[in-house]
Design a protein around this ligand. Sequence first.
Ligand code: CMP
Length: 136
Amino acid sequence: MSSSEQTLSIIKPDAVERNLVEEIKNIFKKNNLIIKESKKIQITKEEAADFYRVHQSKPFYDELCSYLSSGPIVVMILQGENAVIQNRELMGATNPKDAKENTIRKLYGISIDKNSVHGSDSNENAKKEIEFFFKN
Ligand code: CMP
């Protein structure tokens, strides 16, 4: 199996708002993830609901969709060896309180909602999430 993979990363509104985009991108670059594509966009709540539909039964779904659509985000395709796992290790645990030292969420996350970044959790979802934001 080829070890060079692609994954989707999102820098969420809390981090874009605090001008952390370049700092976060530098963490990816320093850790052998190439940023193949990157764009700053703002999505609608309906688009956020579509993106996060795997969470539709969760109690936090509505708030999650409102939040992701509340301001500009940066969506990126990251590429490198074991990119899915590598990105998840760099991000750290979902809740910044539980994240290991020097992970992105530990360094910059504010709360479980405002946790600064999203990353695909599997190769299958990476393909779907890349397709969602980079269709053409
Ligand atoms: P993310 O990796 O983008 O995937 C779904 C998001 O839901 C997650 O990061 C969190 O920001 C958010 N979220 C809010 N509440 C919870 C919760 N209780 N458990 C997991 N994720 C949560």
